[in-house]
Design a binder for this molecule. Structure first.
Ligand code: SF4
Ligand code: SF4
Length: 366
């Protein structure tokens, strides 16, 4: 017996699709479905996280409304997928953050920005907020304190991801044979190329019935922008600890260039995804989680915007206040990562690992 109404509906649809099989060439969901005759909660949470919500199976379906079968795979899998984030979250009492994500993110960010403003005034001096400090952030907030604060937050987020993903993997994989390393590599390739965000060829049909690659392109900007920003921080850490090269770094240095490139990607990608989300056909979505989607892309955009602004104005008297705002936004983003849309990439990656394992080793689940 399924735990929720969405899971019951997904079971009904997968049973119809398994008899029909018309959409088997569109994405990974249908071939994975065909390996099953029945669908437990774990199976449905696995299939839901394989779905990219491209909409192709809705526009191709002869049983979609107004047909009495009322088949709407993208919307039902979106609901199951969104509920799966809350189901496996760690610690469990924070699972409600997914339902009130926009509010939670706004509150966390506002509190973080206020915390940095007050912290600069109390521990540096009020003048720190309107001082250029020769572009040196560590004169306003010592390097050790910055590392301790963001390091502790990152460790907490990693712990939350590990516990949540372990619970997810246990439910979708159960007692199936161990997945080989090759499946993990295959899933990396499928993730970085967004292989299944293509609706079987021409792209997504979720905005209108004409396939478009725009959503895939903006996802790429977002994903690689995020990676470039992560690389910028990693290189700066290496400079600091391995070579003793202290910030601020020149505009043509590797960490700054990576940060600028990543920041531009994180402006273009989230802005494009925001525009596409507003154009998306609402009947293909889960309206209860629209706030979560918007909050995450808004936070990415804001992080990048404040970061680039800080970089451009770091030698002016606006540096102190911009630093407080940027660090507040970044801390808000970090704290909310395990309880927002960011997790969709991690769940999807594990679903792709399982899919690659099943394809490679040909398991059949009854
Ligand atoms: S979505 Fe419709 S056309 Fe596609 S497999 Fe399911 S029932 Fe068949
Ligand atoms: S919406 Fe796209 S990704 Fe999801 S099941 Fe349908 S075809 Fe596959």
């Amino acid at each position: 017996m399924h735990k929720t109404e969405s899971l019951r509906e997904a079971d009904r649809l997968m049973t119809i699709c398994n008899a029909c099989r018309y959409c088997e060439g569109l994405c990974a969901v249908f071939p994975a479905m065909e390996l099953r005759r029945t669908f437990g909660d774990g199976d449905l949470n696995y299939l839901a996280n394989l779905c990219h919500q491209c909409g192709a199976c809705y526009s191709d379906c002869q049983y979609s409304p107004p047909h009495e079968f009322n088949v709407n795979v993208p919307a039902v899998l979106a609901k199951v997928r969104n509920e799966s984030y809350a189901r496996y979250t760690w610690p469990g009492f924070l699972s409600g953050a997914f339902a009130r994500n926009g509010f939670v993110m706004t509150l966390l960010t506002a509190a973080s920005v206020a915390g940095f403003v007050i912290g600069f005034v109390v521990f540096s001096a009020p003048a720190a907020l309107w001082s250029a400090n020769a572009g040196d952030f560590y004169r306003v907030m010592p390097h050790g304190i910055m590392v301790a604060l963001f390091g502790a937050t990152a460790l907490y987020a990693i712990a939350a991801f590990v516990f949540s993903l372990r619970a997810y993997w246990r439910e979708i994989h159960g007692d199936a044979p161990r997945t080989g390393l090759a499946a993990f590599w295959q899933a990396v390739g499928d993730s970085v190329s967004l292989r299944y965000l293509g609706g079987g060829g021409g792209g997504c049909t979720s905005e209108d019935e004409r396939p478009s690659t725009a959503r895939r392109i903006y996802h790429h900007f977002t994903f690689y922008g995020f990676l470039a920003c992560f690389a910028a921080t990693s290189v700066a850490t290496l400079y600091h600890y391995a070579f003793g090269w202290q910030a601020p770094y020149a505009i043509v240095s590797l960490p700054v260039l990576l940060g600028i490139v990543g920041g531009i990607g994180l402006l273009i990608g989230p802005a494009g995804l925001f525009v596409l989300a507003r154009k998306r056909d609402p009947k293909l979505t889960d309206p209860t989680r629209r706030g979560m989607d918007t909050a995450f892309i808004a936070m990415l955009f804001l992080t990048s915007f404040t970061g680039l602004l800080l970089m451009g104005l770091r030698d002016t008297s606006a540096m102190g206040s911009l630093l407080a705002i940027h660090l507040g936004v970044v801390l808000g983003l970090f704290l909310s990562l395990p309880y927002g849309k960011f997790v969709h990439g991690l769940y999807r990656y594990l679903a792709l690992v399982k899919y690659a394992g099943e394809r490679r080793y040909g398991s059949f689940v009854d």
